[in-house]
Design a binder for this molecule. Sequence first.
Ligand code: ADP
Ligand code: MG
Length: 334
Amino acid sequence: MGRITLDKVTKSFGEVQVIPPLDLTIEDGEFVVFVGPSGCGKSTLLRLIAGLEDVSGGEIRIDRQPATHLPPAKRGLAMVFQSYALYPHMTVRRNIAFPLKMAGMDKAEQDRRVTEAAKVLNLTDYLDRRPGQLSGGQRQRVAIGRSIVREPSAFLFDEPLSNLDAALRVGMRLEISELHERLKTTMIYVTHDQVEAMTMADKIVVLQAGRIEQVGSPLELYRAPRNVFVAGFIGSPRMNLIGGAEAANHGATTIGVRPEHIAASPESGTWQGRVVVSEHLGSDTYLHVHDTGLADVVTVRVDGEYGAAHGDTVFLTPEPDKIHRFDAEGLRIA
Ligand code: ADP
Ligand code: MG
C-alpha cells in the first residue's frame, strides 16, 4: 500500500509546459518532501498525484495499479488542507467523522475510526469542542484527523504550516513527523522551506522549473549536491559559491564551501577579508565577510562567542575535504 510511481508525467497549462517529462518513485511508507522555490511546480505535481489536475502526458500508478485517469475519490489518497477548512459550527467529533458520514459509513464504524484517530492525535479530550475553542495546532490536528479516518494509502500535504507562526510551525513539524512514525503511511509533503524538508523527509525531491534537480536523503543532498542549484538551495546559511582563479586552482569552474566548513581567525588563514556584519545567534555567530576577492560576501559560521566587529580583518580557512567542485555546466565533479 502507498507506493506511487510517475512515469514521464507532464503538465501544460495552455501552451506553457510547467512539468516537463518527469519520473519519480515514492516507496510505500516513505516521507517524501517536494521542495523548491515558489512557482517551480510543487503544488501542480501534488495535484496531479491527487487527481485534482489531469496530466497532459505520462502515467501515474498507485499501489501498482494504473491511476492516471482515476477521479480523486478513487485514488485512496488524502489531501490534508489547512486547518481553516474546518466547519466552525460542528464539534471536533463531527468534523473528523464528516467524510465518513458523507460516504454513508455505518455509525459504529465511524465511531471506531474517530476514536482511534483522536487517540493517535491526542484529541480525545477535545472531541466535544468546536474548532473556535481550540489552539491553532489542535485545529491543524483535527484537519489531519479528518484525513486519517479515511485510512488512505498516502497523505498529501501542501505547505500545511505556512500560515502558522514560527513557534507553532516547529511544534507542528514535530507532530507530523511523529504521526508518520506512528502510522507508517506514505506522506508527500510540499514546502518551499528547505529546513522543513531537511528535518522531516526520508527522501527530498528538489524541484526547479518543473524539473527534478536531485532526489536523495537529507544528508545525501547536504554532503553531495548534484549541482550548483541544489548546493545553494539546501543548507542554511547558504553554501558559499566561489568562481574564478580560486575555483580553477581546484580544477573547477565553481567551488562551494558551506559556512560551517570555514574556520575564522584574526591572525592567519588561507583567505583574508573584512567583517561587514556579524550576526550573533547565541549558539553560533555568522560572519559576513567582504573584500576576500572570492565572492561579494563569504559567510562563515563560527562559535557563538567569537568576537568580531564591523571592519575587523579576518582570515578564513576552508576544510580541504569539504570543498565541493562544479564544472562549467554547474554539475558536481566527483
Ligand atoms: P509551486 O507550488 O511550486 O509554487 P505551482 O505548482 O503552483 O508552483 O505552479 C507552477 C507553475 O504553473 C507556475 O508558473 C504557475 O503560474 C503555473 N500554474 C499553476 N496552476 C496554473 C493554472 N491553473 N493555470 C495556469 N498556470 C498555472
Ligand atoms: Mg504551491
